[in-house]
Every structure is written in structure tokens, then in C-alpha cells.
Design a protein around this ligand. Structure first.
Ligand code: C5P
Length: 394
């Protein structure tokens, strides 16, 4: 399943570094090419010589090594992999990435990569439980970093027991398989739109909505080649997909056309229905009359309807519908009006906590009728949707 994949392994400084050697072996047995970078502390636990013997490659240790930088350079190093794995991920490495430090090779590579990052933390249970590490863990998870472990058990160095042991090499391999192996949509191209749009009033003001981009971002896990067209969302776009950033609905439409053809389109963006037709070229001033400026509105293009009815229509077009009442009725009518195949409808009344939250409760409207899905994480909604899309495309 993993043959031919490339992993950049960053080894942090902890006693669990010895397990990184076994991890390299397990990955190479599966046909993965592994390149390793080690922190200075890691080299106190295992030597670059043993790591290099197992990777059969040069081991990168120094951000300021002229030869290394000439040969590969930390930016290329960070990009020439399918996945970056940090094992063991120490409290220090987690803190550095959470803060965006880049003062050694490992942290610079982590900051520069455009590939998914998997961390296998290993540290003393008190360090893992410390509020600072809790904070860094939450920040990294929100930034799209994936985690495996730590496990509960006895600590090698102190005999203390608790949560902090690095996941076993085979568990890390399984997590890598989950991230890299062919999913149900492997080989497909899926276009995803996400986030709100901003419609300018003048150069400094705009009209927006409360979409966080969370559901769209969760759709990164489709297991397909994803082109991710996003408005200015409050959470960062996912790693490992091609990201196209736009502001307005008009720009989003252009980006969507540029991204086609695709096998499927999943339009989760909360596109503004209206733009300001008479947006000011300069900042609008109060004119002293006490009257507000008269804004004229023009209707934005309906991207979903345009794509659904267009010549380059993907085989499957999925729209979203954020409703606050009569969810199924409105969404059913919307599916027909827009000409898409499915509508994923959700109730965004403030009481549901769905808009901007981690969970979603959706009803999927298809030609066959309405499927009510139980309330679940937005990631889980994305996984189920991926499976359903794969089935429809098969
Ligand atoms: O009409 P409404 O905004 O409720 O429809 C929501 C669906 O339509 C979403 O999939 C959204 O991405 C899409 N949409 C669009 N262009 C618009 C308005 C909505 O693509 N101008």
C-alpha cells in the first residue's frame, strides 16, 4: 500500500529516538523511501551514522551546513516527500512549531513544508499534561497537524507511568498508511470550495458572514487530488491539497472554472448572495449630513448553479445548504433549483452551535430523498461523504 511513497522523518531528542530506527526499517520493508533529519538533541540518543545506515541516504542535521544547503536546501527537503513524520515529537518540537520558530533544521523544515505532518509525541507524562503542551497540542491540531499517540505506560527513563510513551513503530506505520494509502477516491480530482466570501464596500470595509471554513477544511480527507478554493476563512486551509485563495464570489467563480475539469465538486463555501455594486474606490467618508451612504447591491453569480448547468460539469456536484428553518423542504427545493446532484443540508440556528463548531448534523438530499445523518464531527461527515462520493463515481 505504501510502496513508492516518500517520508521525511524528523527525529527529536528523546529516549524514544531508538524506536525511530525500527520505524525506518518497518517503512523501508514496505517500499517507502525514508529521508531523515535529526535535531541536535536527537543525536545524543542515536547517531546519524545508524540512522543513515538504515535510510541508506544522507542524514540532515544542520540548517547552516553549506554543503547540505547547496545540495538540497531545507525548503526542498521539506517539499520532496509525501508526508513529514516527527518521531519522537518532543515537547520542544511541538512548542516550536506551534509558535512558528525556525531556528534549527527540524523546525525550519516543519514551518516550510506544504505536506501533511504526522507527529508521534513522546515525553514525560507531566510534560504531556502541562497546560503549555496542552495548548500547543490544540494549536497544532487546529493547524492540521495529525497525531498518533502518545500511549499510556511506563517511561523508559524514570519508571514513572502515565500518558507519554511514543506510539509503537507499527502503530505509526498504520497511521502513515491511513494518511498516504489509496482511499476510496484515489486517482480522482475533487474540487472543494470553502469559507466565506468578502465583498468590498470600499478599500477598507467589506461584507462577510460567519462561516469558519471548518467543514470545508475537513473535506481535505477525501483521499482524492483536491483543489481547495477558499475564501478568507478563520481557520487555516489544510495541508496536502492545492489551495487557491480568493476573496470575492466573482474571484471564487473564476478560480472554480480554472480548476475544472474535476470528477466531483463539493461546494461548501458560504458565498455572499450580494455584492456592493457601487463599492468606493476610496474609503467612504461621513459627509456631515447624518445620512448613511447609499449602497447599491448586485446579485452575485451562483457558483453552484453555474457549475451544475455548465459545459464542464463534474459528474457529481454536491452543494451545501445552511438553513435555520424547514431544513429538508428548503434544501430539497434548492437541489432542483440549482441543478446539483446532492445537497448536504445543515441547521445553522445559533442554538445548534454548528456554525464555527467542530460538529455537524446533516441531512443529505439526493434524488432518492432525504438521509438524516446523526450528529458527528465535521471530519467524520467528510469521511462519510468521501465514501458516498466514491460509491456514486464507481
Ligand atoms: O442559496 P444558498 O446560499 O443557500 O446555497 C448554498 C449552496 O450554494 C452552497 O453549496 C454554496 O456554496 C452555493 N452557492 C454558490 N454561489 C452563490 C451562493 C451559494 O455557489 N452565489
Amino acid at each position: 500500500m505504501l510502496a513508492g511513497k516518500r517520508v521525511l522523518l524528523i527525529i527529536g531528542g528523546g529516549i524514544a529516538a531508538y524506536k525511530a530506527l525500527d520505524l525506518i526499517r518497518r517503512l523501508r520493508e514496505r517500499g517507502v523511501s525514508v529521508r531523515a533529519a535529526m535535531t541536535a538533541a536527537a543525536q545524543q540518543f542515536v547517531t546519524p551514522l545508524s540512522v543513515g545506515a538504515l535510510t541508506a541516504d544522507h542524514v540532515f542535521t544542520d540548517l547552516f551546513d553549506r554543503q547540505d544547503e547547496q545540495d538540497v536546501g531545507h525548503i526542498r527537503l521539506s517539499r520532496e516527500a509525501d508526508l513529514v513524520v516527527v518521531a519522537p515529537a518532543t515537547a520542544d518540537l511541538m512548542a516550536k512549531l506551534a509558535q512558528g520558530h525556525a531556528n534549527d533544521l527540524a523546525s525550519a523544515v516543519l514551518l516550510a513544508t506544504d505536506k501533511p505532518v504526522l507527529m508521534a509525541p513522546a515525553m514525560n507524562p507531566r510534560m504531556w499534561a502541562h497546560p503549555a503542551t496542552r495548548r500547543n497540542h490544540a494549536v497544532l491540531a487546529q493547524d492540521g497537524v495529525r497525531f498518533i499517540g502518545p500511549n499510556r505506560g511506563e517511561m523508559a527513563e524514570s519508571g514513572e507511568a502515565g500518558e507519554g510513551r511514543m506510539a509503537e513503530p507499527l502503530e505509526i506505520v498504520a497511521a502513515i498508511e491511513g494518511l498516504l494509502a489509496a482511499g476510496p477516491l484515489n486517482g480522482r480530482h475533487v474540487l472543494v470550495t470553502s469559507g466565506p466570501t468578502h465583498e468590498p464596500i470600499d478599500p477598507v470595509r467589506y461584507i462577510a458572514n460567519r462561516s469558519s471554513g471548518a467543514q470545508g477544511t475537513a473535506l481535505r480527507d477525501l483521499g482524492a487530488r483536491v483543489t481547495f478554493v477558499t475564501g478568507p476563512a478563520s481557520i487555516p486551509p489544510p495541508l496536502g491539497v492545492e489551495v487557491v485563495r480568493v476573496e470575492t464570489a466573482a474571484q471564487m467563480l473564476a478560480a472554480v472554472h480554472a480548476a475544472l475539469p474535476a470528477d466531483a465538486a463539493v461546494m461548501a463555501a458560504a458565498v455572499a448572495d450580494w455584492r456592493v455594486a457601487n463599492a468606493g474606490a476610496q474609503k467612504m467618508k461621513k459627509d456631515g449630513s447624518g445620512r448613511p451612504p447609499a449602497l447599491d447591491f448586485a446579485e452575485n453569480p451562483d457558483i453552484l448553479a453555474t457549475v451544475s448547468k455548465g459545459a464542464d460539469r463534474p459528474r457529481l456536484v454536491v452543494g451545501f445548504a445552511a438553513e435555520t428553518e424547514s431544513v429538508v423542504d428548503h434544501a430539497t427545493a434548492k437541489r432542483v433549483r440549482k441543478g446539483c446532484d446532492w445537497i448536504v443540508a445543515n441547521d445553522v440556528s445559533p442554538a445548534t452551535g454548528i456554525m464555527g463548531g467542530a460538529e455537524n448534523a446533516v441531512t443529505v438530499i439526493t434524488e432518492a430523498g432525504a438521509e438524516v445523518w446523526p450528529r458527528m464531527g465535521k471530519d467524520e461527515v467528510a469521511r462519510r461523504l468521501a465514501a458516498k462520493i466514491a460509491e456514486a463515481l464507481a
